[in-house]
Design a protein around this ligand. Structure first.
Ligand code: UGA
Length: 467
């Protein structure tokens, strides 16, 4: 009870305080210009703040300064143009200057998975050192990067240890806030401007400052959850882990549906109509990929093992996901009666999901690897992600259209749910393929039409797709 009251009184105090100075623009730097940093910086500028986006990668900064946006994210180019015209957003590769010139530093550098499944915090600690070395006035440090539970507290000591020894009351100069990111690649701008919630963990004063950064969202009645750093860090991992479990669950149900000839699409709809379950994240497929779920699940498992509190359900979900791509490939082998050696296979979709150019942990990579072991000729097409895949494989064929990739292929596999694949002309596809074999791992192709045209086809979970 005491805790609840403390939280409520804190909320009231903060609400009173932000409204006094509600629309004052803040000077903010965002360190790291990846998917999270660039989108966050742009949206903060859109909220009216003066934002500097900084990155040590000077090539990227040069591109940004020349209005070339190095990542594909719907709506990002337009929004950057808009805030640049208003002189609200600038780019620099000088991290020190960005830190010195601003009162709030958002950290949005990558925390990739290392070989032990832990998050690699090298970039994060480098930024912390720079903040310590360049501190010239009180600052609020807002961590956006997904970090292992407990990192928020450690960051403060890294910053303090790098401050000029002459500085007195070092601890008082900085306030740390953890503000987990919930945006999805492919709809990041929309998610950032219309979040389900904002979670802020940290000291009262730090939170007070970051609340002002998000005043525009408070005005739109977005729920704010204010808590301590460790709880906020746990919320981020627990949310991604829950979604990973939900996906692995539906993928297992899909396997069962394949075996018993139930329609997993209808099963998902039937259970999703129960509001306690909800209809999101119930689309079976080749398993989850991307830069977040695989990495964050492993990082949370690492923390659970460290604390001797096993997360058995999450362990199982990760295992199910690792097995899913094997299952999906075995379905393909089944479809083609194991006649795979030296065949020409068209892969439609290289990105880990639609509306992004990101290929990290994409099922396409697993498929390419597997097809290579069978000496297949691999012809691929993706509307956006081919350039990224070219950096990984230069010995496969990159077509400029789906038709081009499928011409004379012995089978086509749909790996990404791009809308343009959903509307592919099946009649002409049937004509250009060497054999009319289609494997839809995303359940987007109309099964009635496939049947009518005489395709040899399958999908995941025996779904009848008729739209
Ligand atoms: C995920 C979370 O959804 C975000 O809330 C979070 O902020 C982000 O990670 C992060 O931690 O930064 P993201 O990885 O961009 O976002 O992509 P999702 O849309 O969540 O998709 C993840 C994977 O699940 C993809 O491989 C996608 O194809 C797959 N998926 C998703 C399905 O197979 N079926 C579904 O029904 C939904």
């Amino acid at each position: 009870m005491k805790n609840i009251l403390t939280v409520y009184s804190l909320i009231w105090l903060i609400c009173l305080n932000i409204n006094l100075n509600a629309n004052a623009p803040q000077k903010i730097s965002v360190i790291g210009t990846g998917y999270v940093g660039l989108v966050t910086g742009t949206c903060l500028a859109h909220f009216g703040h003066e934002v500097i986006c900084a990155d040590i990668d000077s090539t990227k900064i040069k591109l940004l300064n020349n209005n070339c946006i190095p990542i594909y994210e719907p709506g990002l180019t337009e929004l950057i143009k808009e805030v640049r015209q208003k002189h609200k957003l600038s780019f620099t590769d000088n991290i020190s200057t960005a830190i010195k010139e601003t009162d709030i530093v958002f950290i949005a550098v990558g925390t990739p998975m290392d070989t032990y499944g832990q998050a690699d915090l090298t970039a994060l600690y480098e930024v912390a050192k720079s903040i310590g070395k360049n501190i010239n006035k009180p600052k609020v440090i807002c961590i956006k990067s997904t970090v292992p539970i407990g990192t928020g507290k450690k960051i403060k000591s890294v910053i303090v240890n790098n401050m000029d020894p002459e500085i007195e009351d070092k601890n008082k100069l900085i306030k740390i806030v953890f503000n987990p990111e919930f945006l999805k690649e492919g709809s990041a701008i929309y998610d950032c401007l219309n979040p389900d919630r904002i979670v802020l963990g940290g000291s009262k004063k730090g939170i007070q400052t970051i609340l002002k950064s998000y005043q525009v969202l408070a005005d739109k009645n977005v729920p704010f959850l204010l808590t301590d750093i460790t709880t906020a860090e746990t919320i981020k991992y627990a949310a991604n882990a829950f979604l990973s479990i939900k996906l692995s669950y539906i993928n297992e149900i899909a396997k069962l549906c394949d075996a018993i000839e139930a329609d997993c699409g209808v099963v998902a709809k039937g259970i999703g109509l129960d509001q306690r379950i909800g209809d999101k994240f119930l689309r079976p497929g080749p398993g989850y990929g991307g830069s977040c779920f695989p990495k964050d699940s492993e990082a949370l498992l690492y923390t659970s093992r460290l604390n001797k509190r096993p997360l058995t359900i999450l362990e199982a979900a990760v295992k199910v996901n690792q097995d899913q791509v094997k299952y999906v490939f075995s379905k393909f082998l089944n479809l083609i009666d194991n006649d795979i050696e030296n065949k020409t296979i068209a892969l439609l979709g290289l990105a880990f999901k639609a509306n992004t150019d990101d290929i990290r942990y994409s099922p396409a990579i697993d498929f390419i690897e597997k097809l290579k072991t069978h000496n297949c000729v691999i012809k691929t097409y993706d509307p956006i992600a081919s350039e990224n895949m070219k950096l990984k494989y230069n010995d496969i064929f990159y077509a400029t259209s789906a038709e081009d990739a499928c011409k004379n292929a012995d089978a086509v596999i749909i790996l990404t749910d791009w809308p343009e694949f959903k509307h592919i002309d099946l009649k002409s596809l049937h004509e250009i393929l060497n054999k009319p074999v289609l494997f839809d791992t995303r359940n987007i192709i109309n099964t009635d039409k496939l049947k009518e045209l005489g395709f040899n086809y399958t999908n995941i979970g025996n779904c009848r797709v008729n739209s």
